[in-house]
Design a protein around this ligand. Sequence first.
Ligand SMILES: *[C@@H]1O[C@H](CO)[C@@H](O)[C@H](O)[C@H]1NC(C)=O
Ligand SMILES: *[C@@H]1O[C@H](CO)[C@@H](O)[C@H](O)[C@H]1NC(C)=O
Ligand SMILES: *[C@@H]1O[C@H](CO)[C@@H](O)[C@H](O)[C@H]1NC(C)=O
Ligand SMILES: *[C@@H]1O[C@H](CO)[C@@H](O)[C@H](O)[C@H]1NC(C)=O
Ligand SMILES: *[C@@H]1O[C@H](CO)[C@@H](O)[C@H](O)[C@H]1NC(C)=O
Ligand SMILES: *[C@@H]1O[C@H](CO)[C@@H](O)[C@H](O)[C@H]1NC(C)=O
Ligand SMILES: [Cu+2]
Length: 204
Amino acid sequence: MHFPLATVALATLATTVSAANFQVQVGASSQLAFSPTSVNASVGDTVSFVFNPKNHTVTQSTFPAPCQPMSGGVDSGFQPVAANATNVPSFTVTVNATTPLWFFCHQTGHCEEGMVFAINPTANKSFESFQAAAKASSADGTPASTSNTTGSGSGSGSGSGSGSSTSSTAPTSSSSSKSNGAVAAGARAGGLLAMVGFAAGILL
Ligand SMILES: *[C@@H]1O[C@H](CO)[C@@H](O)[C@H](O)[C@H]1NC(C)=O
Ligand SMILES: *[C@@H]1O[C@H](CO)[C@@H](O)[C@H](O)[C@H]1NC(C)=O
Ligand SMILES: *[C@@H]1O[C@H](CO)[C@@H](O)[C@H](O)[C@H]1NC(C)=O
Ligand SMILES: *[C@@H]1O[C@H](CO)[C@@H](O)[C@H](O)[C@H]1NC(C)=O
Ligand SMILES: *[C@@H]1O[C@H](CO)[C@@H](O)[C@H](O)[C@H]1NC(C)=O
Ligand SMILES: *[C@@H]1O[C@H](CO)[C@@H](O)[C@H](O)[C@H]1NC(C)=O
Ligand SMILES: [Cu+2]
């Protein structure tokens, strides 16, 4: 009764703090990197990727093939940002699994420079080993470990066949709110962020 505003703020926090939001800079300071390079997230948490100048993507891949789009995975598509941009795009995924989730930048050469990201890497499948595999990929993203000897040889199962993986695969639209059972992608998380910020402002 005496503190109706504080009560509202607490109620707001109770509904939003249960899901954390992680902000990840894509290509900050002109570096071909995600910062941070990985996060530990729970189901329901969101990860918002903020695109710095240049022309990057956030594209889901798999541990064995770091630089190849995962079939049915989420993909921001190319996000060109001018050097003097004041309003930069972001792309948010909602974490929907406790298993590791792997991502890379699909811009030519960036993955091979180590521009990769992980959600919930493990000791056995570490960010470092994922990044090392990315750097060892050939220019077209083919994993270095792909056997080239006689035998099945098709490797990672992402199945691009004749090698060209030009267009950003987006069979499940990245702007819709659902995707492949691992993560869901959406365009903006500004509302949730603003709500948390507003509530925290009241309490602090
Ligand atoms: C994630 O958790 C692991 C294991 O608890 C820890 O070693 C690592 O530093 C954490 N990573 C981040 C980015 O917090
Ligand atoms: C961004 O990069 C993609 C792939 O290299 C290219 O097709 C596209 O034209 C680029 N966009 C801009 C605005 O430079
Ligand atoms: C950004 O730079 C471009 C090219 O130099 C220019 O055309 C544009 O007006 C600039 N935009 C802003 C917001 O300064
Ligand atoms: C991690 O790798 C070690 C050695 O290969 C293996 O013994 C262990 O079972 C693995 N742990 C998990 C959780 O897969
Ligand atoms: C696979 O073999 C072909 C022809 O023998 C060769 O040109 C190519 O570089 C090899 N690729 C790898 C990844 O070893
Ligand atoms: C994750 O999202 C997919 C697609 O929206 C859904 O089918 C699946 O049940 C979800 N998984 C969990 C664990 O919530
Ligand atoms: Cu990039």
